[in-house]
Design a protein around this ligand. Structure first.
Ligand code: HEC
Length: 426
């Protein structure tokens, strides 16, 4: 009888200690297994950076299966090019099973991160991250910039999930974040190595002269900067673009305009904003990754990875079909940037029916996609003739600038001042 009593007490004691232990550590979450469909990343995934060890990290850190909404014409035989854009948008979307996280822009992949909590996935990623430390970034400097920027997004996504998702397994995610940051440090270039990569403007212009003639030498082109307040009466002036803000200030966007009548004509037209600019004006927005250097500074990469452009059409222009819209996107995949940088600049013109997230790069929604040209129409209208500005409800000021580094500096300053940057501990 005494033996039985002792046993009972011990069991009760055990249970009690267990309960205490449970309340002291964050609750283990089950949703990683239930909310995310299982997905096996290939043992040898696509080599996006030309550095297999880094590409394995990329696949493990980003790949996940989801169903996205696409317009019915995308899955029909005739496709979307001949479809009238407003008719297309009026139709219900259809679901398309997709694997996110292949070689496409980060903003299109989306910032979800809790699928990495799953034990096997996390173990594989942890292992791949330690292998990534074996590669000398000087052996693949351009890839190192792209890889660091991708890891930076993951580190910021972890911080956001811990802040905003009550069920997130913060211990698991914080462990991953410190590993991401360690690899980011390892692949950081010096300022001199970064600058030595050089610009791809000339190569991109040479490949697409119909869109960018004169661009590399800024021959007839001017850079435009907008400053804005969020609402009327606000005293804080934003000096970066909506796009940079949406990309967590890990990318810099620059706006350029061109008209054959030159700078003076553009200045006159801008002073009349929000009136449209003359037909034939070409607008360009470029994107470039920000890099964290060995010296500890934040710098814009000297090369671009994205161009979105449109041609102002005359008042009253109404596109009869998606293919008739003068909105075009040049996208730099990791694979092409790291292999064909010197020859082609690494950017490729997407078809006007290539799918982009609704909201494009300005406010990407990765769960639904439209043909690229039709996506642009939603914010820039059929003629695309008005300088958009940051779409704030407050005041906007435009200026033409000759300081090509100003946009990058503004993004670096905004990033340094952000909570996500403090958390990174760079
Ligand atoms: C969600 C709305 C939205 C969509 C969709 C969108 N843009 Fe924009 N775009 C903007 C905003 C806002 C700016 C101004 C950025 C700034 O200065 O902050 C802009 C700027 C631009 C500029 C620079 C000149 C300007 O108007 O200020 C170009 C060129 C451009 N977009 C092209 C495109 C193309 C091409 C697409 C389609 C692939 C597209 N945009 C889709 C909102 C959008």
């Amino acid at each position: 009888m005494r033996a039985g009593l002792v046993l009972l007490l011990t069991l009760a004691g055990c249970r009690c200690r267990e309960r205490q232990a449970v309340t002291a550590t964050p609750p283990k979450v089950a949703h990683a297994q239930t909310r995310w469909a299982r997905h096996e990343v290939a043992a040898v995934p696509e080599d996006v950076y030309g550095v297999p060890a880094w590409s394995r990290v990329f696949a493990l850190a980003f790949e996940r299966p989801v169903s996205i909404g696409v317009p019915a014409c995308h899955v029909a035989d005739a496709g979307c090019l001949g479809v009238e854009p407003t008719a297309m948008r009026a139709e219900p979307m259809v679901g398309l099973p997709t694997v996110l996280g292949r070689d496409e822009p980060l903003a299109f992949i989306g910032e979800q991160v809790t699928f990495l909590e799953e034990d096997r996935r996390r173990a594989a990623l942890t292992h791949a991250l330690s292998e990534a430390l074996q590669i000398d970034p000087a052996s693949a400097p351009l890839a190192a910039v792209l890889f660091q920027n991708d890891l930076w997004e993951r580190a910021d996504a972890v911080s956001a999930a811990i802040r905003t998702e009550p069920q997130a397994d913060w211990a698991a995610l914080e462990d991953l974040r410190s590993r991401f940051v360690a690899v980011m440090r390892h692949v950081a270039l010096s300022k001199a190595q970064l600058a030595a990569l050089g610009s791809n403007d000339a190569a991109v212009e040479q490949r697409y002269p119909e869109l960018l003639a004169g661009f590399a030498k800024r021959d007839g082109w001017v850079e435009l900067r907008a400053r804005s307040t969020e609402h009327q009466g606000a005293t804080v002036w934003n000096t970066t673009t909506r796009h940079a803000e949406r990309h967590g200030h890990r990318m810099v966007f620059r706006v350029f305009i061109h008209h054959q009548k030159g700078r003076a004509a553009l200045e006159v037209a801008l002073a009349r904003w929000p009136e449209p600019l003359p037909a034939g004006t070409r607008f360009v927005i470029t994107g470039a990754p920000m890099a964290l250097t060995r010296e500890g500074t934040l710098e814009a990469a000297p090369f671009i990875t994205l161009v979105e452009t449109r041609l102002a059409m005359p008042e009253g222009f109404a596109p009869g079909s998606v293919g008739a819209l003068a909105h075009d996107v040049l996208e730099g995949t990791r694979a092409e940037l790291t292999r064909a940088f010197a020859q082609t600049g690494g950017l490729r013109l997407l078809g006007r029916d290539a799918l982009l997230p609704v909201g494009a790069t300005c406010m990407p929604d990765f769960t639904s996609r439209l043909p690229s040209a039709a996506t642009c129409l939603m914010c820039h209208g059929p003629t695309g003739a008005r300088v958009t500005g940051p779409m704030a409800h407050g005041e906007v000021k435009f200026e033409l600038t000759d300081d090509g580094a100003a946009a990058g500096r503004a993004v670096a300053d905004a990033k340094r001042a952000s909570a996500s940057f403090q958390t990174l501990g760079w």
